[in-house]
Ligand binder design. Structure first.
Ligand code: BEZ
Length: 210
C-alpha cells in the first residue's frame, strides 16, 4: 500500500552495508532520509549516492540520518561503493540496505510495475523524529534527484516542527518565512516581533536566526 504523509514509517529489519538494522531502533529520535535507487553499477545512481555522501556534514547539522536501498545484495553494494568513491570523490558514509527479496521495497511501495517490474524507482521518504512520514518523492530511473532540495525541505519541515513557521514558494534558508495560520496575530507578535501582512492570512516574518 502507498505510504502517505502523516503515516507512521513502517518498521523493518534488514541487512545493510553497516550490519543488520531494525529501522526504528537505528533511526531512534533522529530525522531520516530513506531513499531507493533502481540498480547498483548504474550511472545516475552512482552520482546520486556520491552526492548524498558529500552532504553528510549538512545532514549531521540537522540531526538527519541517510539510508539507501535497492534490490541488490549487500555484497553488490560493497563492491559498487569502490566505484562511487573513485568516480564521485567521496566514500559512501551511510548504510545501504540490501533488499533482493524486496521486503522493504514492497513495504514502502518502491516498485512501480508499470515503470519497471524488477527494480525500485527513485523514492525518497523524509521521516521525522516521531517516525511520521513528512515528505514523499518519486522520480523515474532516468532522472537524478536534487538532494539539495531534500535538504531545503528538511529545513522547512524543521522550522514548522520547532517554530510553527511555514515557507513560501521557492524559499531558501535566510529568506522571509510565513507565520502558520494556526498562530494568532497576538501570539505571532509575541514570538516573532512585528510582521508584514499584505493580507490578514499572509504574514511574513524574518527567518529566525537561532
Ligand atoms: C541509472 O542509475 O543510471 C539508471 C538506472 C536504471 C535505469 C536507468 C538509469
Amino acid at each position: 500500500m502507498a505510504i502517505r504523509l502523516g503515516d507512521e514509517a513502517p518498521n523493518f529489519t534488514a541487512p545493510t552495508t553497516e550490519g543488520d538494522i531494525t529501522f526504528h531502533d537505528w533511526k531512534a529520535d533522529s530525522w531520516a532520509v530513506l531513499f531507493s535507487h533502481p540498480k547498483d553499477f548504474t550511472p545516475v545512481c552512482t552520482t546520486e549516492l556520491g552526492y548524498t555522501a558529500k552532504l553528510k556534514g549538512e545532514f549531521d547539522k540537522r540531526n538527519v540520518k541517510a539510508i539507501g536501498l535497492s534490490v541488490d545484495s549487500v555484497d553488490d553494494h560493497h563492491a559498487w561503493a569502490g566505484d562511487i568513491e573513485a568516480t564521485q570523490g567521496t566514500a559512501v558514509n551511510f548504510p545501504m540496505i540490501g533488499d533482493p527479496d524486496r521486503t522493504v521495497a514492497n513495504l514502502y511501495d518502491m516498485i512501480h510495475p508499470n515503470a519497471d517490474n524488477t527494480s525500485t524507482v527513485r523514492s525518497v521518504f523524509v521521516i521525522g523524529p516521531d517516525n511520521e512520514v513528512k515528505l514523499t518523492l518519486t522520480y523515474p530511473a532516468s532522472t537524478g534527484r536534487n538532494f539539495d532540495e531534500v535538504l531545503r525541505v528538511i529545513d522547512s519541515l524543521q522550522l514548522t516542527a520547532e517554530k510553527q513557521l511555514a515557507t513560501p514558494v521557492n524559499w531558501q534558508p535566510g529568506d522571509r518565512v510565513i507565520v502558520s495560520p494556526s498562530v494568532s496575530d497576538d501570539e505571532a507578535r509575541e514570538r516573532f516581533g512585528d510582521f508584514d501582512a499584505p493580507r490578514p492570512y499572509l504574514r511574513y516574518v524574518d527567518a529566525p536566526t537561532d
